[in-house]
Design a protein around this ligand. Sequence first.
Ligand SMILES: *Cc1c(COP(=O)(O)O)cnc(C)c1O
Length: 398
Amino acid sequence: MSEQTPSDEQPWGLATHAIRSGQRRSNEGEHSEAIFPTSSYLFASAAEAAARFSGEQPGNIYSRFTNPTVRTFQERLAAMEGGESCVATASGMAAILATCMGLLQQGDHIVSSRGIFGTTSILFTKYLARFGITTTFVGLTALEEWERAIQPNTRMLFLETPSNPLTEIGDLAALAALAQHHNALLVVDNCLSTPALQRPLELGADVVIHSATKYIDGQGRCLGGAVVGDRKRVGEEVFGVLRTAGASMSPFNAWVFLKGLETLDLRMREHTRNATTIAEWLQQQPGVTRVYYSGLPDHSQYALMQRQQRGAGGILSFEVAGGREAAWRLIDATRMLSITANLGDTKTTITHPATTTHGRLSDQEKAQAGISEGLIRLSIGLEQVEDIRNDLARGLIG
Ligand SMILES: *Cc1c(COP(=O)(O)O)cnc(C)c1O
């Protein structure tokens, strides 16, 4: 079957890659992508089996290594991020672990922004530390802190931008220059923006990480992750860990993520539009003392967000007067919003970070991270925006 591909004269845009890249049709001529639920693959002869195993002949051997549905997902996401290689993983955390195992060794040092996903912090401080890899945490926006934290053995700068829940923006180009100067890799968890809103590799990052569980799925169904970067680091080193350690993506999940990618550009624009409407409305509510959303012109990094992102995305937070009691009252007064810590879903979710996602932090750590008792995080979904607003209004008034 012939496949459509972009040419040098007419490269595809992101929305087209999201729909058409990576598909290789079988002889059945299926229009939509096929799912290949198979653990192993046949060889025509003993000699062919030997050639595959020795690496002389490329091709499928076993689905822990390669699978056609997973490959389509990998090629599609690589095209969207502008990377040479992509390795799909069983979850976002598996992507981070495989990246660290593939690119670091005992004695290496990571500098990471403080406001990263809680489980990533635990991976760094509790588990990687056991294998002799240490981490120093710094403020995402304080470039001089990053610089000061770099040691002779620093091999990786790690960050998420925008941060969750406070929507701080890390300066990707500046951090890429810093990493390069110190011979370290810049690794960016691009989960909250997705390539539809931000492409870190273009700004100088070396590796991009995804939890596909969030916006790439977009409807809260499957766990998955991915690592995108160059052929050597990702295609060989990270892939080598994955095929050995085994946290590979299932073909069923890869298929769901393929369908998710097809609408990603559209969804991210609408998530952003709804979030902007809600953020502007929250700013005018008397009980709300502060709104955190980088799409608001009075956000201290609005200009940076506009420079490196195509939109501010769907995550925002706000503080209510009256601390935990008022925050819980507001959350409990909603009737439609989902009280759950997940994000990136079509359904709007509402969370009290101080007692859930950040509940394990000490009071001092919470204060340092800016997680107050009155803080509420929203992952704005794709419902009619008036209905999201009306549901929040119940709690604000009551
Ligand atoms: C959820 C999340 C992860 C972890 O992904 P899983 O798929 O849950 O393993 C990593 N980074 C960020 C920013 C996340 O939101």
